[in-house]
Design a protein around this ligand. Structure first.
Ligand code: XIL
Length: 357
C-alpha cells in the first residue's frame, strides 16, 4: 500500500538483510502445512527471513501422538528447510500448558512426570541438538491471576511437578535437561503480557523477573528472555496503547543479569481499529515502528520474529474478532503476500537500530 510516510519500495528489501546489517536476527514463525503446499509462501520465506520457528510442530502435543511414540515429520521438514536456506532455527517449546496431547491427563502423574519431561527433552532436544539457535524451554509459566505463590500458573506441569520453591521443579528440570542435551542452544524463558504499561503487565513483569533471578541464584542454566509481543494497534477503549518504559526497564535489568532478549512472536492486532484498510494498515505499521523502534534500542535484543509472515496464515484469523467481520491484518505481508506498511516499518526499525557486536 502506498501510504504516506511508508512508501513501499518492495523489491530487494528483506527483513533478514535489514536485521543482518545491525547484527539482529530477523524472521518469523512458519506453518509447516503451508510450507509444504504453498509455493508462493515458501518463496516469500526464502526471500525474507533469516530465522524461523515452527508455529506448532515442535510443541509437545503435535510431537507426541502417544506416550511411547513421536511424530517428527513436520518438525524435520522445517529443520531441513531452514538448513537448506541457511536460516537459523528456533525450538518452541518443551513445556507449555497448552497443546498437550490428550493422553497427558491420566497418564502423567507426580510419580512419572519428571521422567516423562526428561525423556521428552532428551528425545526432541537430542534430535535437533546443534541445529537450534535457541529453545523456548518453558513457555508462559507465570499467570498472576491463578493465585499461586510467586505468580506461577496453575498449569498441568505445575500440578504434577511444581512444588513450592521459588523455581518450580518442572522449570528447573526442563532447563537443566535442555542444557545437557543441547549445550549449543540458547535457553529461553518465553512469556507474553509483559509489554504494556498497565497494572497487569507490571505485575507480570515483576513475577517473571523474580523467576529469572531465582533461576540465576540456583545456577539453573538460562540465556535469554523471550518477549512474545502479541500487541495491539488500538485498545478496546479506542486508545493507542503505550509500550515502553516498563518493558525497557525490564529489558535493561535482564541485560544487567548477563542475559539476552528475543522478540519471539510479534504481531499487531487491528481488532479495534474501526476504519478502512488503508487506515488500519497505517495504525498497525505505526505500532510496528514505535514498538520495534523502542525495543531495538537495547542491544540485549538479538532477534525479532513475527508470529507468521502473511495475514493469509495468521493465527488471529481463527478469532473472528473484528466487529465488521473482516479478517485482521497483523503481519508485514497481507493475505495476497504483498508487503504492507508494517513491512516497511519493520525494515526501518531494524535499519535504525544500533549495531550489535
Ligand atoms: C498458537 C498458534 O499460532 C496456533 O496455531 C495454535 O492453535 C495455538 O498456538 N503464544 C505462543 C504460541 O507461545 O505457541 C501460540 O501459537 C500463540 C501464543
Amino acid at each position: 500500500m502506498g501510504l504516506p510516510g511508508f512508501a513501499q519500495t518492495g523489491a530487494g528489501l528483506s527483513i533478514r538483510a535489514a536485521g543482518a546489517g545491525r547484527g539482529i536476527l530477523a524472521g518469523c514463525a512458519v506453518s509447516v502445512r503451508a510450507l509444504r503446499s504453498d509455493a508462493a509462501y515458501k518463496k516469500l520465506l526464502e526471500e525474507q527471513v533469516g530465522i524461523v520457528v515452527a508455529e506448532n510442530e515442535f510443541k509437545f502435543g503435535p510431537l507426541r501422538p502417544s506416550p511411547t511414540t513421536f511424530f517428527f515429520d513436520d518438525a524435520d521438514y522445517l529443520a531441513a528447510f531452514a538448513e537448506a536456506n541457511g536460516m537459523k532455527l528456533r525450538g518452541h517449546n518443551f513445556v507449555w500448558h497448552r497443546q498437550l496431547p490428550k493422553w497427558f491427563d491420566g497418564y502423567v502423574t507426580p510419580t512419572n512426570a519428571e521422567q516423562v519431561l526428561v525423556s521428552h527433552i532428551e528425545a526432541v532436544g537430542g534430535r535437533y541438538a546443534g541445529k537450534i539457535h535457541s529453545w523456548d524451554v518453558v513457555n508462559e509459566a507465570i499467570q498472576v491471576s491463578d493465585g499461586l505463590p510467586d505468580g506461577f500458573r496453575d498449569s498441568p506441569w505445575q500440578k504434577v511437578l511444581g512444588g513450592t520453591g521459588a523455581v518450580p521443579r518442572y522449570i528447573e528440570v526442563a532447563f537443566r535437561t535442555a542444557r545437557r542435551v543441547d549445550p549449543k542452544a540458547l535457553l529461553v524463558y518465553n512469556d507474553y503480557g509483559v509489554e504494556g504499561e498497565d497494572e497487569g503487565s507490571a505485575k507480570k513483569r515483576a513475577a517473571v523477573m523474580e523467576l529469572l533471578r531465582a533461576m540465576q541464584r540456583q545456577k539453573i542454566p538460562l540465556d535469554a528472555l523471550g518477549v512474545q509481543s502479541h500487541i495491539s494497534a488500538v485498545n478496546k477503549d479506542g486508545r493507542v496503547p503505550v509500550y515502553g518504559p516498563g518493558l525497557m526497564a525490564m529489558i535493561a535489568e535482564v541485560r544487567k543479569m548477563g542475559l539476552k532478549v528475543l522478540v519471539t512472536e510479534m504481531d499487531v492486532n487491528d481488532r479495534y481499529v474501526a476504519a478502512e484498510v488503508g487506515a488500519r494498515d497505517l495504525a498497525v505499521a505505526q505500532m510496528y515502528g514505535s514498538y520495534l523502534g523502542t525495543v531495538l534500542q537495547d542491544r540485549a535484543v538479538i532477534a525479532v520474529l513475527t508470529w507468521g509472515i502473511t495475514d493469509k496464515y495468521t493465527w488471529l484469523n481463527g478469532e473472528d474478532s473484528r466487529a465488521d467481520g473482516t479478517a485482521e491484518r497483523p503481519l508485514p505481508f497481507d493475505a495476497a503476500l504483498q508487503p504492507t506498511a508494517a513491512f516497511t516499518a519493520e525494515v526501518r526499525a531494524l535499519d535504525g537500530a544500533p549495531a550489535r557486536d
